[in-house]
Design a protein around this ligand. Sequence first.
Ligand SMILES: [Zn+2]
Length: 410
Amino acid sequence: MTIDGAEVAERSLTEDVTTAATIGAAPNGGLARFAWTPELAEVTEWVAQELERLGLDTEIDAAGNLLGRWPAPQGKAVMAASHLDTVPSGGPLDGALGVLGAVEAVRILRREGFEPARPIWIGAFMDEEGARFGTALFGSRAFVGEDLTEALEVRDRQGVSVREAMIAQGHDPERLGEAAQVDALSAYLELHIEQGPVLHTKQLRLGIVTSITGILGYRVTLGGEANHAGTTPIDLRRDALVGAARVIVALREEARTDPQLRATVGDIRVVPGATNVIPGRCEFVVDLRPAVADTFERAPGWLEATIERIAAEEGLEATIRRDYAAPPVPMDPHVTDQIRAAAREEQVDALELFSGAGHDAMLVARQVPSGMIFVPSRGGISHSPEEWTDPADCELGARVLAGALRRLAS
Ligand SMILES: [Zn+2]
């Protein structure tokens, strides 16, 4: 078929994934495309060219987000987006699949001769991962209208600020507010690899996300008494690490009884930290991921009561500080229905699951009805060059995305 006389070449999603993975390829085999770098600009420009070839109007907005607009006579737009930046030694699909899959969806709809009744926007958000500055979700935060003035002053390891990096890439940090365009949307869709093992383990090819998990972060200190490891009888000790160990096991048991909760202690410090001294103090970080509102509301009370009970039993003093709390974000039932219907058209069994990882969708979903489509990650691996999804499953994800776009933009 033709758009304004130009052929829609039969370039495939698989080819696009392969080509994108050559841009920003690092010597260790992974990808390195970070915020405000030439590598990220190059891949973004390459995607923009394809969107233009498909007849979309493209813009790199004030926050560095790529937006491709398929115009329609009226109405608010339906957007499909994800991100093109990576973690250090990143894989070829985390983020890129959502953008390239959206491009593929446009090719599918163009081939069908689809005429949208409302605009379709394709997007790639700047700096989802936050690998360079720790400014994760920068582009989607700007898109939903968050004030990023403070983020502009954050510096990378070389001492370069976000502000300086933006200017070096030809962007004007003072115009950041212009990137707030979420009000133009009626619905948002994001295709992403699962980044976990659930679909792969169940040998299913498609996931429909019901919610994106919340996060609760706590810094816990247990204070006991440092003493001689040889002379202090076991029952006379106030061992802070024993208390921490009991808390960690209790967290695992709680997460086993509530499938909507994941709990991790990934960072722990023992003071004084000597082989022959009973730990006098133990500091650790608790990361709780409640997938639903009920669990999000219940988990803090449970955690505090559990730590206090164990501390009392072990003769320890407990200090619990909450560092952050982000509630789970439910996906929209109507948008999710359209994804389900699109999956049925593809005659594929889809699993409904929550996302344990954060995505640009969790910001957009607070303001616009949103849905997410997952395809399996082999072995549940992501944030690694080993990240892999069967190309047939990637293509399936793009077809379901196209189906959902068609329904929402009709
Ligand atoms: Zn991602």
